[in-house]
Write a protein that binds this ligand. Structure first.
Ligand code: NAD
Length: 444
């Protein structure tokens, strides 16, 4: 099939590469000239495990092309996938639809013959109707259908998730469009659930899913706080809960709060949407507020541990919003780092993949180390903010020799507490009982 993909970001690019790998002819369109130049010169623009290899392969065999020209990407396509951003509107906090509207308006002019327009971007319920309207206004004779095709890939696992999705949701009110999209996803038919629903249901499924996961994270974080006060251990509690099939073991890792380009904006957009329809979303609103507070609380936790040290040096391991990605958008780690910066902290950070993106956000306000051990040199406190497995391999004996004071605030429960204590560290994890007083006295 001939596919045009609008937007070559964290969703558009892996989708384009994946569909090309399945044998389709894909043209990826992006308005960002530099991105397209880079992609055309064979240089990938984002990090995802296993993506580069497939990108190079399919570009070489001619099934994957990149352009800034909407005309080139749209006029010959059977299916056009919209994968542009829907960031939060800076004022209203609703999904900012300007990129969707611009893409729909622009693509309309170049439609030739029957075309399916599939919205992969996360969009408010009713957006399919709006796109349809915009296309009709800009090209009254166009022959097309608009469907919703929400994306559920996880950053860091985009390639794996593309080829092994938990489910494919197709929101189509047109049988003709549905048949075409089913054909496109035929390779997945035997290995995953393909659920065909109304367009508005599909748009809602995406927000309902992300909001649910955000609430689950917020819930386990609150349970972690409870464990800290009561002497229970959140790791044990989460394991016990997760054995219940009705609950499931995923998304029960406590941490510094949820982040990334999706959960914060999607929970907010869902809450705003519900407000519009006069529906109360108490759980989502509680998760939004609790998650904001959590990041502040984590920064406070780190600062409290350095309170009695003159000019404390903080080593930060992890800047990406999660492991496996270079994405720092709405990263809890970055929020915490910004909070620490505001308090005048002297920070050196290391992240295996996200340092360039972190630099875009905080520039020279922090120092950047080439590896974990350089990051720890003369530090008073080490904090772990992203769950990179590399950090689990930290040689604590070596680390203890490099640091001035030996304190670990582990916001991801990555470090083995026993081993930390054996090497002379004061260790504070998440959801574990901590004698705070001892912590402060020892630092002195
Ligand atoms: P992104 O910001 O990484 O990429 C969007 C791309 O679209 C950019 O390269 C931008 O230049 C391009 N673009 C914007 N307007 C354009 C236009 N008119 N014409 C051509 N190109 C245009 O965004 P993303 O993270 O890939 O997210 C895209 C959508 O997918 C969002 O709605 C998001 O909520 C949703 N989503 C994201 C993820 C994720 O893990 N990132 C997962 C599921 C769904």
């Amino acid at each position: 099939m001939k596919i045009g993909i609008i937007g070559t970001g964290y969703v558009g690019l892996p989708t384009g590469v994946g569909l090309a790998e399945l044998g389709n002819n894909v043209i990826c369109i992006d308005s960002n000239k530099e991105k397209i130049e880079s992609l055309n010169s064979g240089k990938i623009t984002l990090y995802e495990d296993g993506l580069e290899e497939l990108f190079i392969k399919n570009q070489k065999n001619g099934r994957l092309k990149f352009t800034t020209s909407m005309k080139e990407g749209v006029e010959s396509a059977d299916v056009i996938i919209i994968a542009v951003g829907t960031p939060p509107h800076p004022v209203t906090k609703e999904a900012d639809m300007q990129y969707i509207y611009a893409a729909a308006t622009e693509l309309a002019k170049h439609l030739r013959g029957y075309t399916v327009i599939a919205t992969k971007s996360t969009v408010p319920v009713g957006t399919g109707d709006e796109i349809e309207q915009l296309i009709k206004e800009n090209n009254p004779t166009a022959d097309f259908d608009v469907i919703s095709l929400p994306e559920f890939l996880r950053e860091g696992f985009a390639v794996r998730d593309f080829f092994n999705p938990d489910r494919i949701i197709i929101g189509a009110d047109s049988p003709k469009a549905l048949e075409i999209i089913k054909k496109l996803y035929k390779p997945f038919e035997s290995k995953t659930n393909i659920l065909c629903v109304k367009r508005r249901s599909s748009e809602t499924i995406k927000y309902a899913s992300n909001a649910f996961l955000a609430i689950k994270i917020h819930y386990i974080n609150e349970m972690a706080d409870f464990c800290e006060k009561t002497g229970a251990d959140i790791t044990e509690v989460a394991r016990g809960m997760g054995l219940d099939n009705r609950i499931g073991s995923k998304f029960l890792n406590p941490g510094p709060g949820y982040g990334g380009s999706c959960f914060p904006k999607d929970t907010m957009a869902m809450a705003k949407m519900a407000e519009k329809y006069n529906v109360e979303m108490t759980l989502i609103n509680a998760a939004i507020e609790g998650n904001q507070n959590r990041k502040k609380e984590m920064a406070k936790r780190i600062l409290t541990a350095t309170e009695d040290i003159k000019n404390p040096k903080i080593a930060v391991l992890g800047l990406a919003f999660k492991d496996g990605t270079d994405d720092c958008r709405k990263s809890p780690a970055m929020d915490i780092v910004c909070n620490l910066i505001q308090s005048g902290a002297d920070i050196t950070a290391y992240d295996p993949k996200a340092m360039a993106n972190a630099y875009e956000l905080v520039g020279d306000k922090i120092k950047y180390a080439d590896n974990m051990y350089d990051c720890l040199k003369n530090a008073d406190i080490l904090t772990i903010l992203t769950e990179w497995s590399e950090f689990k391999t930290l040689d604590l004996k070596k680390a203890s020799k490099l640091m001035r004071h030996k304190v670990i605030i582990d916001c991801r429960n990555l470090i083995d507490k026993k081993s930390a204590l054996k090497n002379g560290f004061i260790y504070r994890g998440i959801g574990k009982k901590i004698p705070k007083k001892i912590l402060k006295e020892k630092i002195k």
